[in-house]
Unconditional design. Structure first.
Length: 116
């Protein structure tokens, strides 16, 4: 049974920072990409950042220069360092692991609220 467990969300003031973590338990084979998505109330879930097994990265334009995605392959963990947070970054953040056998795994989500 594979589980993705996210942590690191919370309430932060504008301009602040948070670091999200997503750790996988169980055996996941052939991971080729990990990603962070977010969903704000009344909006569709959107890709924030992704990283491949070769450490290639991709970012949504609105977070470039502020967010950094990284991974620890030995721990099957992906991170999202979020700096200079803005109120519009408020959302539930989800991690996703994608495999070469076309199976995707999702975390349960962690709330990030940016407010003064």
């Amino acid at each position: 049974q594979v589980q993705l467990v996210e942590s690191g969300g919370g309430l932060v003031q504008p301009g602040g920072s948070l670091r999200l973590s997503c750790a996988a338990s169980g055996s996941i084979f052939s991971i080729y990409a990990m990603g962070w998505y977010r969903q704000a109330p009344g909006k569709q879930r959107e890709l924030v950042a992704s990283i491949t097994s070769g450490s290639g990265t991709n970012y949504q334009d609105s977070v470039k220069g502020r967010f950094t995605i990284s991974r620890d392959g030995a721990k099957n963990t992906v991170y999202l360092q979020m700096n200079s947070l803005k109120p519009e970054d408020t959302a539930v953040y989800y991690c996703k692991y994608s495999t070469l056998i076309h199976v995707d795994y999702w975390g349960q989500g962690t709330q990030v609220t940016v407010s003064s």
